[in-house]
Design a protein around this ligand. Structure first.
Ligand code: G3P
Ligand code: MG
Length: 257
């Protein structure tokens, strides 16, 4: 049997936990993804002011909670007081900003694999990478495959590599600079995570020829998802959990190894 050594992970990931169906980066989002059969999810993790990793996409809590302010000014205990669900819908009122620890425990419990994107800003990028990598190594000890860390921040990836080199890393790319493969190589990454509209057949071939897995984000159209899998992309991240279903590859007979 063929095994996917380049991408030994689920191939369709629920973006921010539950895609567009639940408040992003919450435990209820991870539950929604798992209930719909998604074996893997992408989540965003960053450091609270006290240094505890929590699930939040932005540097402020303004967009995804009922309060405002910089995450780095709030300890995890302060964040626990905030409502991270009501902005999305009244039925989610009372949902909390989870710690990475709680998210890992839930994901493990429901048999879900994680791509943990490290969010960080200067001057804490290396520190964030190191703390989150160490936490993931501890929280997922003994599980295989381990979560995959990723980041747009090369400093965060360097910090992660120094702290827990055994946890695999992926380089997130907004555009494709001329040295994208060298950059990924220099950070000891095993995958490149590219904005979906920067990917064509040459990009997939170049990534694979250099030994990297390639993930496309964020793919919300069925036709584009099909095209990307036809090009040989290893995985996609999507918000559209009802359109691009967990059984998408079988349903459309695409994405053969
Ligand atoms: O990890 C892929 C994707 O989540 C990157 O963009 O802004 O949604 O975190 P963003
Ligand atoms: Mg993300």
């Amino acid at each position: 049997m063929l095994t996917r050594t380049r991408w030994p992970y689920p191939r369709i990931l629920a973006h921010r936990g539950g895609g567009a169906l639940a408040p992003e980066n919450t435990l209820v989002a991870l539950r929604v993804g798992a209930t719909l059969g998604f074996a893997g999810a992408e989540i965003d993790a960053r450091l609270a002011g006290c240094g505890t990793p929590v699930l939040l996409h932005d540097a402020t809590v303004d967009r995804t909670t009922d309060e405002s302010g910089l995450v780095r000014d709030l300890a995890a205990e302060d964040l626990r007081q905030l409502d991270a669900g009501v902005w999305f819908g009244n039925e989610y009122a009372g949902e909390r900003v989870p710690t990475l620890e709680a998210a890992s425990a839930l994901a493990r419990n429901q048999g879900q694999w994680l791509n943990v994107e490290i969010k960080a800003e200067a001057p804490d990028e290396e520190e964030a990478g190191a703390v989150i990598a160490r936490e993931i190594a501890r929280q997922w000890r003994g599980t295989s495959p381990s979560p995959l860390l990723s980041s747009f921040s090369t400093l965060a990836l360097a910090g992660a590599r120094a702290a827990a080199p055994e946890i695999p890393r992926g380089l997130l790319l907004e555009d494709l600079p001329s040295d994208w493969l060298d950059l990924a190589r220099s950070l000891g990454c095993s995958s490149v995570h590219c904005r979906q509209d920067t990917i064509d057949g040459h990009v997939v071939q170049a990534a694979h020829a250099a030994g990297f897995g390639i993930l496309a984000y964020t793919v919300n159209e069925t036709a584009r998802a099909l095209a990307l899998f036809e090009l040989g992309v290893d995985a996609i991240v999507t918000d559209e959990l009802r359109e691009i279903r967990a059984d998408f590859l079988t349903l459309y007979s695409v994405g053969k190894p």
